[in-house]
Design a protein around this ligand. Sequence first.
Ligand code: HEM
Length: 434
Amino acid sequence: MNPSDQMTADGYLDRYEAAAERDPLGGIALLAGWLRTDWRPLFAELRAHRPVLVTPAFALVTRFTDVTDVLSRGEVFTVSGYAPRLEAALGGPVMLTRDGTPLNWREKALMQVMLPPDDVPHVRELVGRTADEALDAARPRGRIEAVGELFRHICMTVCAQYFGFPGPDAQTLSRWSRAVMTDATANLAGDPQIHAAAVRAGGEMMDHLHRLLAERRAQLAAGRPPAPQDVFGRLVRTVLPEELALDDRRVAINVAALLLGFAENASGSMVHVVQQILRRPQVHRAAAEAAHDPDPAVFDPHVWEALRLDPFLKMIPRTCAHDHVLAAGTPHETRVPAGTLVLAAVASAMFDEAVVAEPEEFRLDRPRHVGLHFGHGPHACPGVHPGAAVICETVRRLLRRPGLRLLPPPDGLVVRDRDVFPDRFPLGLDQKGS
Ligand code: HEM
C-alpha cells in the first residue's frame, strides 16, 4: 500500500462544506464519490477533525469508540432501515430487521446453536476439497476467474452441502442472493426496479424453501435422518417447547438468512483479502509459506489483517430512533437528529490510531478486539465460526498455488456489479505444480 494513503489529506471537509453551502445535494454527491475512491484519507481526516459528520443525507461515524457505541445501542441506532426491503423479499421479519424483540432474541440464539464452532473442521474439509478441485481444474489454463470459479462456487457449495439448501442449482441460488442483497444493502436511492427484482427473487426462494421443508419433513417421517452437519436438517429435527416452537414460515426464513447473510459478504471479502495480499510481495511470500503449515491458525491472521486494510463491508447502516449525542463529553460531541441514516464506518474504526498501532502497516499481532469484520453488538454475526472458516480455508488453498499472481489491467481488474459486488477477478496460476 502507498503509505500516503493513510496521511491526513486536509481538504476533504473544506471542499465538502464549500460544495454543500452552494448545493446540499452536490456536497452529498462529493462525499459519496470519496467514500468509493478516497475512503482512507477521507476517514483519516474525519477521525482527526470531525469524527461524527452529520450531513442532510446521513451521519458518518468514524472513530472506533463511536462506531462500537453506535453498534452497541440497538435501542437508539436501529436496523429499521433494512426492514421494509428485506421483509418484502422474505415475506416476513428476520433477526436483522428486528431490534430487541423476542423474535430477534429467540431466533438469533437458535441460529447460533445451529452454527457452532464445532462445525469448523467439517467446513474446512468441505471447503478445502472444493477449492483444490476448482484450482486443479483451472491449472492447465494457467489462470482462474476467482469470483465465479472459486469464491462464489465455494459459497454455493457450502450453502448446498453444509446449510442443506442446494436450491434448484448453484446459479439460481447465486442469483437469489445477489438480487435480495443488492436491494437490502446497495439500493440507497431506492430504485423501484431493484426492489421489484429482489421481491421476485425472494418470492421464488421462499416458495422453493417451503417445498424443500415439506420434503425434509417427509424424509424424517420416513425414518431417513439428515447428515449430522446439515444446518437445515438440524432445524427440522429441533423440538422446542410449544410456546417457543418455530412454525414453517420461521424455519424457511431462517434458512434463507443463512444464504443472504453469507454469500455476498464472504465472496466479496475474499476478493479484497487476495488483492491486499498479492499487492505486497513480502506478505505474499510469508502468507504462501504459512498456507503450507498444517495448523490453520498460522495462516488465518494474514486473512484478517488483509481484510482490515480493505474491508468489503466498509460501513454498517443504522437509523437513529431519537435524537442522540455521540462522543458525549469530548470536544467532538455531536447531536444526531432522530431519523438520520447513520453509517458506522467499521473500515475507519479499524484504522483508528487510538486503538490500532501503525494502522497502515500489515501486522499479524493485532489485538483481536480491533477486528470488526463480523459486526459488533446485538446484531453481530451468528455465522462467525463457519463463515470465518470458509474465507480462511479458501484463501489458504489458493495461496498454496505456485505462480499465483494478479494479472495486469485491463484483464486483471476486478469487475463489480453496481460498483459494489465483485463479479470477475482473473488471477494467474502456474500451469505446472499443485
Ligand atoms: C456461515 C456464514 C454466515 C452466516 C450464516 C451469516 C449470517 C448472518 C446473519 C443472519 C446476520 C444478522 C444477525 C443479526 O441481525 O443479529 C449476520 C450479521 C453480520 N454478518 Fe454474517 N453470516 C455469515 C458469514 C459472514 C461473513 C463471512 C461475514 C464477513 C466477512 C459476515 C459479516 C456480518 C456482519 C458485519 C454482520 C452485522 C450486520 C449488521 O450489524 O448490520 N457474516 N450474519
